[in-house]
Ligand binder design. Structure first.
Ligand SMILES: [Zn+2]
Length: 333
């Protein structure tokens, strides 16, 4: 694969790490932590590409020409290992760790480093985490372990404490990073009109917002689902029929959207002055609706909807699960 282009809101983290590399102070294990959708994986890939490049530029950009860059691009670099859950929600298992443990490999074959990238590191199961801990405790001097996690609190403390944390924050709307992220999104999506809506729905995570803008019809689908839900809260839509409609929606998006609607309703129902919403484009409707709902019930429902994404993966009868939550929604008034 091509080395990913730099993302502007990563600039400070990049500079810090690259100057550490220049002065040979790069930590041998790093944990890139921060919310999903802000580009940790891209950062890790770019860092790996730069570390494997035999002649990186002064700011750490890979030259694109050398043997290291070539092998990275065609995905056969002998000094690069990638570990990730086999599919979303599945664990990284111990045999994967054993297969790839850097301690088993002698020396970097090409450059200065052997790099291991681990994505969604919190998905390691207990045996995998134990095996990995051994690698962390007896590090090869030229090995670099780069872990990414959006739920680092789920990693064993013994692993966390042996990795240097590199913290990625959501580029906040009002900050320079936020402006950079907005400008970047405008450029890649070419969709200025609904950019702010997409960012708000994505809790400010630019890559999530990009996906939302890029997937054709996705935003329109969300608009339609939210309109239907508001009608349902008014008992003007049949929950069973709506559940059947929603079966066709992508489970990840639906879970995210639904939580956002309920969070907004809860905020608007309690706070007198609200500056940030997930659904600012529906503010008026949500505000009016929030005044009519039972907040205790709303919180109970929110609690369940926050677990929806995982439950939709496990539950065989998805229709029944959606029906249950939608029927509960009709009792909020
Ligand atoms: Zn190169």
């Amino acid at each position: 694969m091509e080395s990913p282009a730099p993302l502007p809101w990563h600039r400070d983290n990049w500079r810090r790490l690259w100057s550490a590399r220049d002065s040979q102070r790069l930590p041998h294990a790093m944990l890139l932590r921060g919310p999903a959708g802000i580009g940790k994986r891209r950062f890790a890939e770019r860092l790996a590409a730069s570390l494997l490049c035999l002649a990186p530029g002064p700011g750490g950009e890979p030259c694109g020409e050398c043997r290291g860059c070539h092998l990275y691009r065609v995905d056969t670099h002998p000094d690069l290992i990638r570990l990730a859950p086999p599919e979303t929600g599945k664990p990284i298992t111990v045999d994967r760790i054993r297969d790839y443990c850097l301690g088993n490999v002698s020396k970097p074959q090409l450059g200065d480093f052997q790099v291991m990238l681990m994505f969604a590191a919190e998905q390691m199961n207990a045996a995998a985490a134990n095996a990995f801990l051994k690698t962390l405790e007896e590090p090869a001097s030229d090995a670099l372990l780069i872990l990414c996690s959006s739920r680092p609190e789920q990693l064993p403390a013994t692993i966390r404490s042996r990795c240097q944390a590199v913290v990625f924050a959501t580029p906040d709307g009002a900050s320079k990073a936020g402006e950079d992220a907005r400008a970047w999104l405008g450029e890649v999506s070419g969709e200025p009109e609904r950019l702010d809506t997409a960012l708000a729905i994505s809790a400010g995570a630019p890559l999530t917002a990009w996906t939302l803008l890029r997937e054709e019809g996705r935003l329109a689908e969300r608009d339609q689902a939210l309109r239907a839900y508001l009608k349902l809260l008014d008992r003007r839509v049949d929950p069973v029929a709506l559940a059947a409609d929603w079966l066709a929606l992508d489970a990840d998006w639906l879970s995210r959207w639904w939580s956002g609607w309920l969070l907004d309703l809860a905020t608007l129902g309690t706070a007198t002055w609200v500056t940030r919403l997930f659904n600012p484009d529906f503010r008026v409707d949500l505000q009016a609706m929030a005044q009519t709902l039972d907040l205790a019930r709303l919180h109970r429902l929110l609690h369940q909807v926050l677990k929806l994404r995982v439950e939709l993966q496990q539950q065989l009868n998805k229709q029944l699960l959606l029906e249950r939550l939608l029927i509960e929604s009709t009792n909020l008034k």
